[in-house]
Structure formats: C-alpha cells, structure tokens
Design a protein around this ligand. Structure first.
Ligand code: GLU
Length: 287
C-alpha cells in the first residue's frame, strides 16, 4: 500500500511547491541563500520540462525587505503593521527580481500572483484568480505566489504561506502539494526534546491523534508556520483532493527524488470530501 502511494506520486500532473522563509535565508545572516534558490528553480524547471504544471508559493518578502531597508531585528520586531507592509513592498519586488533572473537562465517564463483572503471569498476575485492561473499554466508559465502582505491586515490576511499554498492547491485543483521546510516531516513528538519521537512516513487519514502531534512537534522560528499550520494545510489539501508532502529543504534536490517515488518526507494521503467548501473555510479562517 505504502509503496503504491509513493509510486502514484510519479503520475501527479499539477504540483504546488511551497518554500518558507527559513529555507531561503542563511541562518547566520538572514541574507538570501542564492545557491538554494538556484537549485529550487532548476528543480521546478525540470518538473515543467516533464510536462507538469508547476506553481511556486514562496515566502520571504518581509524578510528580504527588512534586510534591504537595513532594519535591525529590534526595530522590525517592534514594528507595527505599517513597517511590515512597507518591508513587504520592498522585499516582494526584490524577491521576484531574483527569481526572474534565475528562471530566465532556464528560459522559463514566470509570473507573479499576490493574494489575500478576499481573493477567495469574493466570487468575482476568485473566478478571476482561477482563470489567470489556468491561462498561465496552459501557456507553460510558472506562477510564483505570495500573500499580498502590503495590503493584508489581520482581517483579510491568510496569515501564513502553509495555509496559502493549500488554498492555492484547492483553488486550481492541484493533485500534489509539497511543503519544503527546515524539518523532515511529522514526528510523534518534538524530536529536539524527545529522543523517542518517531518519524511518520505516511498519514492515511488526518485523525485527531495526528493533529495533536502537530501541536506537540515544532517547526522553525523564522517563518510564520510551525507544524500546526502544516497540519491545517494538510486538511485543506487532502479534503480538496490533493496529496501533501512535508519535506526537508536542506537539500532541495529532494524534489526530484520525491517525484521519482522515493519515500522521503511525510505524505498525507488525499481524501476528497465533496462537502469541503473552500470559500467558507477561508471565510472563517481566524475564528
Ligand atoms: N508572506 C510572508 C512573506 O513573504 C511569509 C509568510 C510565511 O512565512 O508563512 O514574507
């Protein structure tokens, strides 16, 4: 059964890959890790060359903006919403500039799509966003997605890119979502504090037990998402018909290894629920 699940990964056609801020930055300095970005882009272009639809959800706008403006950690942390939004405005453009440059090396066209909660809740916006994705994908373009942090306040913000990537996967009916993070996947407990914590390779069904593990094991300190937001993402993705894999971004070449059917990361098996309503889910996101 497990083998079959991984074999099926090879056949996936529409893949959303999410990378978090912690995976894009050098831990020591907070500066962008260009080598990693290059490997990421090469892997994505290669997936595209295999005829797959590829979508990248990337964080990093705020982090890159902070660096560009030269805000100290203290200044940016005390920072109110306006500071973050300004950082995002600077950082998002820089981030895209770097992505575009690397994608161009492979002659791959990339596009930018920025979203908020409203993109999903508002019927007109949702319809347009879905159309744009579908046009871009049929043209062979790789959409690069982030939250529109410059305008997103708490009320209209999705808040973290784990959730955003799952929402994107649901919106465009992707069949696979891969979350690249600084952890291997789901453990029964926090492996940093409990040596007996066991790694979980496959999650057949997202039971309460797994949700509890999500709360107890931890994620990174850089991005917004911990394991908890990843479990929430798994709920959205699997309910809407996509498998989801959490994988370690230490070596980004893990992407093609996963696509080759190797048993890496934690795989959450899809369970399409007809009654799952993306719009109402997003509407009640922070309640
Ligand atoms: N949208 C945020 C950014 O690009 C990151 C959110 C997250 O890390 O989940 O800076």
């Amino acid at each position: 059964m497990e083998k079959k699940l991984r074999e099926e990964i090879k056949e996936k056609k529409r893949i959303v890959v999410k990378i978090g801020s912690s995976s894009l930055q050098h831990k020591e300095t907070g500066e962008l890790d260009y080598t990693r970005m290059e490997v990421l882009v090469r892997e994505l272009c290669n997936m595209r060359n295999q005829g797959k639809d590829v979508i990248l959800v990337t964080s990093g706008a705020i982090a890159v903006g902070k660096k560009a403006i030269g805000l100290s950690r203290l200044e940016s942390e005390a920072g109110h919403l306006g500071v973050k939004q300004a950082c995002a405005a600077v950082g998002q453009a820089r981030l895209m500039m770097i992505y575009q440059k690397i994608f161009a090396e492979y002659n791959q066209v990339a596009a930018q799509i920025l979203m908020t909660k409203d993109t999903i809740i508002n019927d007109f916006n949702r319809y347009n966003a879905r159309n744009t994705f579908s046009e871009l994908l049929s043209m062979g373009v790789i959409p690069i997605v982030n939250e529109n942090d410059t305008v997103a306040t708490y009320e209209i913000g999705i808040g973290d890119n784990d959730t955003l990537s799952a929402i994107v996967a649901a919106l465009i009916e992707a069949d696979l979502l891969i979350l690249l993070s600084d952890i291997d996947g789901l453990y029964t407990d926090d492996p940093r504090t409990n040596p007996d914590a066991r790694f979980i390779e496959e999650v057949e069904e997202l039971t309460e037990e797994y949700c509890r593990m999500g709360k107890e094991s931890t994620g990174s300190d850089v991005g917004t998402g911990g394991m908890n937001t990843k479990i929430n993402a798994a709920r959205i993705a699997t309910n809407s018909g996509a498998d989801m894999i959490i994988a370690n971004s230490k070596d980004i070449r893990i992407l093609h290894r996963i696509m080759d059917g190797r048993r890496l990361g934690t795989l959450f098996k899809k369970h399409r629920q007809e009654e799952f309503d993306l719009v109402s889910f997003v509407e009640h996101l922070h309640e």
